[in-house]
Ligand binder design. Structure first.
Ligand SMILES: Cc1cc2nc3c(=O)[nH]c(=O)nc-3n(C[C@H](O)[C@H](O)[C@H](O)COP(=O)(O)O)c2cc1C
Length: 183
């Protein structure tokens, strides 16, 4: 049997009812049969401390191993104060260290984001793309998935119900899975 195409996803929100976690769950439902998505929760990851980078905490080791063994990454980010949330930046900082051990090196990544406002995380996503440059990741350029007014599109059970948005999420998933051998 062929090894499944492995996608490793994480959201920049710890909230149980997070709209961005809902995007990841929706993505999992929309994958082609040869792909699988592991969703990693950043809950419990301690704050980055350079004193610990040579022997990082277990959650960080688990996170870096998940990133490393993935074919591609999927990041769903909220926008906090026109940028990415601290929990996401913290995970990126851990993943990039120690020097010479950047787990993100050469990884294709699909970025998406949902906000309750009308901008749909655009400003946060461009900050995230800036970090991708330094980390030598390969973000999917098009389509950009910026979901505004998430409250109207995700129901109280955390299910993305808006059909147009589901179709929008599927497009970059298809671009990502095109990185699969024979995809
Ligand atoms: C600290 C903080 C800052 C925020 N800043 C922004 C912002 O700059 N732009 C925006 O569109 N929404 C902003 N929001 C609202 C978020 O879009 C909203 O809380 C969203 O639901 C967060 O994503 P989540 O549902 O995945 O947790 C902010 C929320 C918080 C808690």
């Amino acid at each position: 049997m062929l090894t499944p195409f492995r996608i490793f996803g994480f959201a920049g929100s710890l909230r149980k009812g997070s709209y961005n976690k809902a995007l990841l769950r929706a993505a999992a439902e929309l994958l082609p049969g040869y792909a699988e998505l592991e969703i990693f929760d950043l809950e419990g990851m301690p704050l980055f401390n350079a004193d610990l980078e040579q022997s990082p905490p277990a959650t960080v080791r688990e996170f870096k191993a998940g990133v490393r063994t993935a074919d591609v990454l999927l990041i769903a980010t909220p926008e906090y104060n026109y940028s990415i949330p601290g929990v996401l930046k913290n995970a990126i900082d851990w993943g990039s260290r120690p020097h010479g051990d950047n787990c993100f090196e050469d990884k294709p990544v699909d970025i998406m984001g949902a906000s309750i406002g009308m901008i749909g995380t655009a400003r946060a996503q461009y900050h995230l793309r800036q970090s991708c440059v330094f980390l030598n990741m390969h973000p999917v350029n098009r389509p950009e998935v910026m979901i505004p007014f998430a409250k109207d599109k995700i129901d109280k059970d955390g299910r993305l119900t808006d059909e147009q948005t589901r179709a929008k999420i599927k497009e970059p998933i298809d671009s990502l899975t095109a990185w699969a051998p024979g995809g």
